[in-house]
Every structure is written in structure tokens, then in C-alpha cells.
Design a protein around this ligand. Structure first.
Ligand code: MF3
Ligand code: CO
Length: 249
């Protein structure tokens, strides 16, 4: 069942989304190449979320053990924050949800650690732009397939691949609601996009093969070929005036 939100409910989600965006900004600015670890970033994110009156939505969700997912280089998504030191040239995806007064917003962004290769930067640019192109299709009258088809077309045109095993999702009073929001598909297919839908659009884009595998910890998803992957995510509300990005300051 898709739950359509009233304007005042969307404002509750926007408040949560502001905490997501602010936390992403502050945590990403704290990264020092050769020094910072994902575990430290997770602790800082959790502190900022709680100080803002929020709850880290991912913590204990399906037994997930941390406030954030931190996915470095070939890790596509769901990296568990650990003590590996982030090195100059790494790319690091920070992904988390914030629950504020019962309403959830979920966002992710990939950051360069110091100076990165031109190729890594291009992968990040293409992935971020694919998210923005997908968001532009999140309009009343379109279908969910229009979002994925647009993302996939843009990504593949630039020589990269889209992960198929993981998808975006509806969001509201819990992290995952209907509908699924794939980053691939056919235009004109899937559920109709209607006013009051709130969805997370989150392309995961690989430098090489689209294939992924999950490590023995049951969470960490890595590229099958060990090449780089990038991930960006916004929580978006569908309004009469078009897509409204809730995970922004
Ligand atoms: N990364 C997923 C998403 O953005 C959610 C992760 S759930 C958790 O939808 F269990 F890993 F926390
Ligand atoms: Co999400």
C-alpha cells in the first residue's frame, strides 16, 4: 500500500530532512585524509542527530548495528562503519536516516577524500547528475518507471552501470515503504506518481559491472569486479508544483 502524505506531514518529513542534510555537511567536513575512520564519522553523525532531537533511523533496523552506512570505494552500500583509516583518493558514501517526531527522511552523498582521480570524480559527477535527472521525472502524471529509465539511460550513456539488486523506496513513518523505486526500467511502467507520495531516489552506479555481492557480515555490498561505486540519495515529496527535495538545508 502506498501512503500519500498531507502537506503538514510533508513538513514533518522536511524537518527530519534538514537534519539529514546538515549532518551530512558537518560530518563530511570533518574528514581528514590519513586520519579519520568511518567509526568516528558514525559517532559524530549519531551525536548530531540526537542533539537535533532525532533518532538515527538505521540503528537496529533489521538488526543493523550502526547509525550510518559508510561505503568506501568498491563498497556499493550498507558498509558497516569500521576502523579503516580513510586515505587520500578514497570516495566515501555517507548514508543514514533521521527520525524526528515520528517522521523519517533518508539521504546519502558520496564525498571525495582529499584529491581523487579524475575517473573517480567523473563517476561521482555522473551519479549525482543521474539522481537530479531522476528527481526531475518525479512529477504527477509520470510513472515510477520514468524515474528509473531516465537514471539508467543517463548512467549507461556515460559508460557506467546501474546496480539492479538494490532500489530506492517510499519513506514516511518508517524507512522503507512502498513503492520500490528502481534506478532502471521502462518509461511509462510502474505505479503512477501522485501528489503526496514521498520517495527516496538513490542511484548506485558502478564503474564496471553492475553485478554486486554481499560479504559474510550479511550487510556490506561490494562490486563484483572490485571497481568503484558511487551513491547519492534524496527524499523527495511529490507536490502539485513538482518534486520537492526534503533532504536539504
Ligand atoms: N541504505 C538503505 C536505504 O537508503 C537503508 C539501509 S537500512 C539499514 O534505503 F538497515 F542498513 F540501516
Ligand atoms: Co534509502
Amino acid at each position: 500500500m502506498i501512503v500519500y502524505k498531507k502537506p503538514h506531514e510533508i513538513e514533518m518529513m522536511r524537518a527530519a530532512g534538514r537534519v539529514v542534510a546538515r549532518t551530512l555537511r558537518i560530518v563530511s567536513e570533518s574528514i581528514v585524509p590519513g586520519k579519520t575512520t568511518p567509526r568516528e564519522l558514525d559517532a559524530l553523525a549519531e551525536r548530531l542527530i540526537r542533539e537535533a532531537g532525532g533518532i538515527p533511523s538505521f540503528l537496529h533496523y533489521r538488526n543493523y548495528p550502526a547509525a550510518t552506512c559508510i561505503s568506501v570505494n568498491e563498497v556499493v552500500i550498507h558498509g558497516i562503519p569500521d576502523d579503516r583509516v580513510l586515505q587520500e583518493g578514497d570516495i566515501v558514501d555517507l548514508d543514514f536516516g533521521v527520525t524526528l517526531n515520528g517522521w523519517v527522511a533518508d539521504g546519502a552523498w558520496t564525498y571525495a577524500v582529499g584529491r581523487v582521480s579524475e575517473e573517480a570524480q567523473r563517476l561521482m559527477n555522473v551519479t549525482r547528475e543521474s539522481l537530479m535527472q531522476g528527481i526531475a521525472k518525479a512529477r504527477i502524471g509520470n510513472r515510477i518507471g520514468d524515474i528509473g529509465a531516465t537514471i539508467q539511460r543517463y548512467v549507461e550513456r556515460h559508460g557506467y552501470s546501474v546496480v539492479k539488486d538494490l532500489v530506492g523506496h517510499g519513506v514516511g513513518t518508517s524507512v522503507h515503504e512502498e513503492p520500490s523505486v528502481p534506478n532502471f526500467g521502462k518509461p511509462g511502467k510502474g505505479p503512477a506518481i501522485k501528489e503526496g507520495m514521498t520517495i527516496c531516489i538513490e542511484p548506485m552506479v558502478n564503474q564496471g559491472t553492475f553485478k554486486v555481492r554481499t560479504l559474510a557480515d550479511k550487510w556490506t555490498v561490494v562490486t563484483a569486479d572490485g571497481k568503484l561505486s558511487a551513491h547519492y540519495e534524496h527524499t523527495v515529496a511529490i507536490t502539485k508544483d513538482g518534486p520537492d527535495i526534503l533532504t536539504s538545508e
